[in-house]
Design a protein around this ligand. Structure first.
Ligand code: HAS
Ligand code: CU
Length: 583
């Protein structure tokens, strides 16, 4: 008898499948652009003009960091809530509605960015369609209003998804008043809560400042204020990408390893810590920003160091669970048990390699987070190396590997070609090793990020880096391998969807636990208390910095009158002057 997700929840499976496919489409386009820019920057193969590099980079960043990740997340969280609570969503029409809103938002953003490739972009709402603002989109770069509108719709869609998960949980609560929150739902709810807290910053940045400015309603903005509001959101968003991967590492990886989750209470502690600490440390992206006092930066650094704890706990818990699995499978010895893990299973291997790379990513993150060392690496290729290990591998590779399990669950079709799937995850790992290693190394020598021609006038990297050619070759090789891996992934997904139905699907259930919810203190489930503390921490971390930024720069940038940069300018003019500079 087949026991796939689709058999139990056919309506939800349809939405989840749609969300996954939206995410794969973003991955396909965004990933291809990654190859284009890697080959351009390394001067291996150039067919775009350098000014278009920023259009490519914006599309790459937005499609992968925002669209790919969040579409996958909403699908995965809907799966986790419904299976965790063992009930469907309250009203499937509502589920389709938020999904549709997200699709409209993502499409608007993408179209506006792609208009940047046209010789003459169409004029809409009185200005040319345009959005070369990179995925961080803070001032002084300005986009067409439709770009911001797209972002708003996408984020509102994700808020409604959160409402959907909470409604489902409330309905379950009525039916089960005395039970502990099942762990999968607990993970989704705590993550959703910090998403609400952090997106408030980006909502204010867009609705109060960037959108009115882009529409010409206000003349200027305070760039430091929009930057700070962005990073208030911009750090927490990285954990929003990471949490679905953690959900899979806690709930499924132990099972794929052949064992049980080491500790349910520890998993709850980890998610509570993310709720508390994800937001009040965004200033660690602004150590080099003038206009924010050192003391506030120091507080952000301290909070960041505390936030290493939940990831270190995760490393311990997940590896302990894997070891338990390996020993169940007959593994022995200090490290000998590693051999007993199911390395031929692409789902397991992809997720384990993603975790392994995340260990390295955590180290580069700790270096970023140190205020003094950050001065060395900020705005260099080091940071790009860091986030290709985190979001580009820990997250993306976990999503791809788990898709080999999810798509069969959502379609009822068996995975097409397991060996190719195994090759795919291995190629990703190897490609990323080349690319991110070279990026980290060259970053240490000051090789800048976000430039089409990585050079400073009058400065030669060659003697510092060793050979720039070798660095470039590694990045280009890595990028080619990653693209190959991506193409294989998409091929396997398409072929699986067209595969004949199968009875031999893996079982749709979570790993058991060695120490279950009954060992968790009840206070851990008190979401109101944790949310209140999280809000207080945010108020502590941000009230004074924001007050001082507004005090010195003006709410709408009055204090910056007289600064050379003409921020209120027509985006077309800004682009023209940027092009001049590049030429
Ligand atoms: Fe970061 C910049 C600090 C984690 C993403 N980060 C970025 C940017 C992105 C990003 C996109 O403090 C660039 C933004 C931009 O465009 O400017 N980051 C950290 C720290 C952590 C961290 C301290 N980052 C992430 C994650 C991301 C992400 C996660 C995405 C998903 N990051 C920074 C800082 C900057 C920064 C500064 C600003 C730099 C600058 O100057 O611009 C920590 O959360 C990391 C903690 C992780 C660990 C590792 C634990 C290990 C585990 C592995 C377990 C093993 C398993 C498998 C499961 C301590 C959990 C074992 C396998 C076997 C076979 C045994
Ligand atoms: Cu951060």
């Amino acid at each position: 008898m087949r026991n796939a997700y689709i058999d139990q929840f056919p309506d939800e499976a349809a939405v989840i499948k749609a969300a996954f496919w939206s995410s794969f489409i973003a991955l396909a386009i965004g990933g291809t652009l990654g190859l284009v820019q890697a080959l351009h920057r390394t001067d291996v193969f150039r067919f775009i003009q350098s000014p278009d590099y920023y259009t490519v980079l914006t599309a790459h960043g937005v499609l992968l960091a925002i669209t790919f990740t969040i579409f996958f997340l909403v699908g995965l969280f809907t799966w986790a809530v419904t299976t965790g609570l063992d009930r469907g969503v309250v009203d499937i029409r509502f589920t389709w509605a938020w999904y549709a809103l997200m699709v409209v938002g993502a499409t608007l953003e993408t179209v506006t960015i792609f208009a940047g490739f046209l010789e003459q972009a169409p004029t809409v709402l009185g200005s040319e369609l345009y959005a070369d603002v990179l995925f961080t989109f803070y001032a002084p770069l300005q986009a067409h209003p439709l770009f911001y509108l797209g972002l708003v719709l996408f984020v509102v869609g994700s808020w409604l998804a959160g409402v959907d998960w909470f409604r489902t949980w409330w309905a379950w609560r009525k039916e089960n008043p005395d039970e502990r929150i099942p762990l999968p739902a607990f993970m989704v709810l705590t993550t959703t809560l910090f998403w609400y807290i952090c997106t408030l910053g980006v909502a204010i940045a867009i609705l109060v400042f960037l959108l009115p400015w882009s529409l010409g309603i206000t003349d200027s903005v305070n760039p430091l204020l929009t930057r700070t509001l962005f990073w208030y959101f911009g750090h927490a968003v990285v954990y929003f990408w990471l949490m679905p991967a953690y959900v899979m590492w806690y709930l499924m990886l132990p099972k794929f390893s052949g064992g049980k989750l080491f500790s349910d209470p520890l998993a709850r502690v980890v998610f509570v810590l993310f709720l508390l600490l994800s937001t009040p440390l965004g200033i660690h992206h602004q150590y080099l920003d003038p206009g924010i006092a050192e003391g506030f930066k120091f507080i952000a650094m301290t909070n960041t160091m505390f936030l290493l704890l939940p990831s270190l706990l995760t490393a311990f818990t997940v590896v302990a669970s894997m070891e338990h699995g390996a020993r169940q499978r007959g593994g022995t010895g200090y490290l000998g048990w590693l051999k007993a893990l199911p390395w031929r299973d692409p789902v397991f291997t992809g997720m384990a390699l993603a975790g392994l790379m995340f260990a390295a990513a955590g180290f580069s993150g700790m270096i970023n987070a140190g205020m003094n060392i950050n001065y060395l690496v900020h705005n260099t290729w080091w940071v790009v190396g860091h986030f290709h290990l985190t979001v580009g591998t820990a997250v993306a590779l976990t999503f791809m590997a788990s898709s080999y399990w999810f798509i069969p669950q959502m379609t009822g079709k068996a995975l097409w070609n397991r060996s190719l799937a195994l090759a795919q995850v291995l190629i990703w790992f190897v490609g990323m090793t080349f690319m991110s290693n070279a990026m980290h190394r060259s970053g240490l020598f000051g090789m800048p990020r976000r430039t089409a021609e990585p050079q400073y006038q009058g400065f030669d990297f060659e003697p510092a880096v060793g050979t720039v050619g070798e660095i470039n070759a590694q990045v280009a090789l890595g990028a080619v391998l990653l693209t190959l891996s991506l193409a294989l992934f998409l091929l396997i997904m398409v072929m699986t969807s067209f595969n004949g139905t199968s009875d031999s699907l893996p079982d749709n259930g979570y790993a058991g636990t060695l120490s279950g919810p009954e060992d968790s203190p009840a206070i851990l489930d008190n979401l109101k208390v944790w949310t209140a503390i999280a809000i207080v921490l945010v108020i502590f971390a941000y009230t004074l910095p924001l007050a001082s930024i507004i005090d010195s720069g003006g709410l709408f940038g009055k204090g910056i009158e007289g600064v050379q940069l003409s921020i209120g300018a027509d985006p077309g003019l800004v682009l023209e002057s940027l092009r001049e500079v590049i030429r």
